[in-house]
Each structure stands twice: as C-alpha cells, then as structure tokens.
Ligand binder design. Structure first.
Ligand code: ADQ
Length: 482
C-alpha cells in the first residue's frame, strides 16, 4: 500500500532521558495535530530528528531510542552536536530565519554553516530514500529542509514530492541578497507542489524564480526541466475542536479550577471594569514584543482612564536562547517590563504580568478564556496560530482580537482589528476600541471568525494540500506522455 512520508526537522515526539530511563511521548504542536490522520493512515512514516544528539546516545541507548521511535511510526535522522550548531542554530536560525522575516541585518552568511546545511539536508535525504517505496508520496516541511526536495528528486524522479514553507517567503529585493539564492530555489523546485500560507508569499517566490532562475512561469505553474512545478497557498488552520471543547469544559462549573485561574478570577472579581489584555508568543524578535510594550506604555499615557483597570498578561515562551539576538531581546524585554511596571504600578495594581516560560495546555486555556482582548502584533509572522486559538476558545462569542497586518493570519481574519505593529497610535486607538466595543459587535465579529476557522481546520489544510499534490502528479503524467 502506498504511504505518505512526512519530513520535518523535529519528530512529533518528546524524548527525555531521566535517571537512565527513556521517556517517549507524542508532542502536541499544531503540525503534529494536523498531520495526525495523514500519519496514522496505512503505514505512513514521519522522518526527523529525535531531539537528542548522537553524542548523547551510547550504542545500546540508541537502539532503545530507535525502537521506541519506530513504534510511533517515526524514523530518526541522527544529528551530531556540530550539525545541530551549524545547521540548526546556525544556518537555519541565524541565516534563513532572519532573512525570510526581513531582518536582513541579523542574517549571517557563513560558509561553514552553509556546508553544514547541505550536509544535514543530505542526511535527511538518505533516511527518506531508504524509506521510500514505489508509489509513495513525500511531504517535506519548512525552512530547515529547503534543499531536500531536489536531493530526493535527483535519485527518485518517480516519487511525488510536496513542500510546505511555514514562514514567510520574502520579497525578491530581500531574497536576491542571499548568497546561495539559486541553490535554495532549485532545491525547492525538486518538489511537484510548493505551498505557502498566503498568496503574497507565493507571489514573492514566483517572482524570485522568474528573475533569478529566469524560468517560465505561467500563472502558478513553473516549467522546470521536463516537469511542471505547481505553487499554491494553503493557509494553515488549527485543531479548532480541541480548543473549542477545552474551553467549554473549562467554563463548566464542575471543572476543577487551576491556581492560575483563581488568581485571574480574583482580579476580574474586583469590579466589572477590570479587563485583561493577553499576548502569547515565543520570545522571538519577529513577534514585535518590545514594540508592543512601548505601545502599551503609550496607551496608558494617552488614555489614563485605563490605569488600574486593565492589565497586560504577557506570556513569552523561551526560544533559541543560545542565539545572541534572542539573549539581547530577553534583556530588552525584562528591562521594558521593569520600567513600565515601575512607572505605573500602584499598591493594588501592576500593569503587566510577565511570564517567561512555557505553560501547560490547561493554563493556556485559562488565559485565552479569561482575556477580554488578545493583542497579537508580530512585526513579521508566517501565519500565527495563537490568534486562531484565541478565537476558537471564545465559546461565549465575546472578546476582541487585535492582530498585526504583518501576520499571515491577517489575510483570513478581517473581522479582527488589524493594526500596523510599528504605529503606537494604531495600538492605542485599537486598544481603546477593543475595550469599549459593544457586546453585539464582539459577537458578530467572533461568529464570522469562528465559522471560518472551524470550516478550514488543520486537518482540512493537510487534506487539501495532499489532494492538490495528487492532482499535480496527474498533471505531470500528462506532460510526460505528451
Ligand atoms: P511559531 O513561530 O512557533 O510557528 P505560532 O504559529 O504562533 O508560532 O505557534 C505557536 C504555538 O505554540 C501555538 O500553537 C501555541 O498554542 C503554542 N504556545 C504558545 N505559547 C505557549 C506556551 N506558553 N506554552 C505552550 N504552548 C504555547 C511557525 C511560524 C508561524 C506559523 C507556524 C505554523 O513562525 O508563523 O503560524 O509555524 O505554520
């Protein structure tokens, strides 16, 4: 039976070794959820790195890890510490990530890291190639594996390959500055279908293909050697029911209340005019956290009537903390929170509650369901699933989403209040509008947003990508037989 091989940098598993005991559990991220049914079908396999480097595993432990991984229908690509440093922390996160998010000045163009990127993409190719059987489909994910489609196609031209990019594809003017631009584009063109979150990213990619590789592009089809490569947009959804049902259970009076929820309730019970504004992100410079804090300060100065009434709950999840820019961002965020709290706090009120940690799913639901406003304002973001998760949990149809125009999600969420994340004025006006929005208007906006997110959830997203890939494959057969 034909199978789908999913390939991503990380396997959808959490693996830990505690006191020589090995624990393997499925991870709960958006991608893992979306691919769950695809992965479960037939003898589907997921190829990726386990999260543990080769140096951390002796021969017997390695055998044990691989056996456990295989039981979960996964296959591990072994990475050394050097690979991890140069390919993942290096080229992926210090070159591609900043460049694709328009942080050109943060991008490092180092040959050793590029060599490691090529080497590790080749390692992934080897594992995929030994897994492929005739008639299989391969679906490669994200910016860590841009060279992989062509590496597979070179050896197995018969295999259908899809590629999906989870981050933005930058405009030609940014992409052309990249020293290995041809290699990256030709690497991606090994796929039969290339998917992006939005039409804009698709357009940017096509424009780079036309101008850098000088290939023929007909609407969204590229003629490459004797093949047609199709490019399309597939805005990723969330597991809508999971979030919606968790919120329904949470709101049930019989459900146990968490410590966090008790603290949140204590604040809200101080009066009808007490409100929470929520922001949740990985601590990443693309998420616009310093801007958001400065804009919140500006808001409190411009609309002093909200002092002692509103509180910003800011949850920042630690991320890539060994990359210098992330360390600087952490310091800047700590300082800004300290300064703003120092400036405005009273004996009974602290304007910002700042959590620098990852929270369990139950606590995320506590925060989503208790917040009157979600303030999601990245300066650049491929999609942003937090914005969608907030909407899914608003089971009473109240609450307002303020969303940056620079998030891919803004393209499908017109009923949010959309703002330019660089404008403090936009922030302040939007916050005032959200905090005073009549309930009926909140309901109307939420209803439309929820309907859309429910209809196009993450499972639908995965299915639609795969069925387009199948159509592309048939197109290929027509071209070949001509
Ligand atoms: P990310 O940049 O990681 O993803 P995002 O889309 O917002 O960003 O997803 C974050 C996920 O982490 C959400 O599902 C959220 O629930 C979870 N999360 C956030 N805070 C958490 C916390 N404190 N504890 C536990 N979980 C938390 C990349 C791209 C995005 C794109 C996605 C999917 O950068 O633009 O939307 O991939 O394609």
């Amino acid at each position: 039976m034909n199978k789908t091989i999913i390939v991503s940098n990380r396997l959808p598993l959490q693996i830990s070794i505690e006191q020589d005991k090995l624990n393997v559990s499925p991870s709960v991220g958006g991608l893992a959820t979306g691919m769950k049914s695809v992965h479960a079908e037939g003898n589907g396999v997921w190829v990726g790195w386990s999260g543990i480097t080769d140096e951390e595993l002796d021969a017997s432990l390695k055998k044990e890890v691989n056996a456990k991984i295989e039981k979960e229908k996964c296959k591990a690509v072994g990475l050394t510490e050097e690979d991890l440093n140069d390919y993942y922390l290096g080229f992926s996160n210090r070159t591609l990530w900043p460049l694709f998010h328009y942080f050109l000045e943060y991008s490092e163009f180092e040959n050793t890291q590029w060599e490691a990127y090529k080497r590790v993409n080749q390692k992934f190719a080897e594992v995929v190639l030994e897994t492929i059987e005739e008639g299989d489909t391969v679906w490669v994910h994200d910016y860590q594996l841009l060279l992989l489609p062509q590496l597979i196609k070179d050896v197995r031209p018969d295999v259908t390959i899809g590629f999906f990019l989870h981050i933005p594809f930058p405009s030609y003017e940014i992409f052309r500055t990249f020293p290995w631009r041809e290699e990256i584009l030709t690497g991606m063109l090994g796929a039969d279908l290339i998917g992006f979150h939005t039409y804009d990213y698709e357009r940017h990619f096509l424009s780079s293909v036309k101008r850098i590789l000088r290939l023929d592009v007909n609407f969204n089809e590229i003629t490459y050697h004797d093949r047609i490569v199709k490019v399309d947009s597939f805005p990723m959804g969330i597991d809508y029911n999971k979030f919606h049902e968790a919120a329904l259970t949470h709101n049930n009076p019989d459900t146990n209340i968490s410590e966090l929820q008790k603290r949140l309730d204590a604040h809200l019970n101080e009066g009808d005019d007490k409100k929470f504004i929520l922001s949740i992100d990985r601590l990443d410079y693309t998420k616009g956290i310093p801007n958001r804090l400065k804009a919140f300060e500006h808001f409190l100065n411009t609309y002093p009537q909200y002092k002692e009434k509103v509180r910003l709950i800011m949850l920042a999840v630690p991320s890539r903390s060994n990359v210098p820019q992330y360390q600087r961002l952490k310091r800047e965020t700590d300082e800004l929170v300290g300064r703003i709290n120092g400036e405005f706090s009273t004996v009974s009120w602290t304007p910002i509650w700042y959590f620098y940690r990852s929270l369990p799913f139950e606590n995320l639901i506590d925060l989503y369901t208790s917040s009157d406003v979600a303030l999601i304002t990245p300066v650049r973001d491929g999609m942003n699933l937090v914005a969608k998760e907030y909407v899914a949990t608003r089971t009473n149809l109240d609450g307002v989403l303020i969303l940056s125009e620079m998030a891919g999600a803004a393209k499908e969420m017109n009923e949010a209040i959309l703002i330019n994340p660089n404008s403090f004025e936009d922030f302040a006006t939007a916050l005032d509008k959200a905090l005073t929005m009549p309930l009926e208007e909140q309901n109307n906006r939420m209803k439309i947003l929820q309907k859309r997110l429910k209809r196009y959830d993450v499972e639908k997203w995965a299915k639609e990508f795969l069925s387009t890939l199948e159509d592309t494959n048939q197109l290929q057969e027509i071209v070949v037989s001509k």
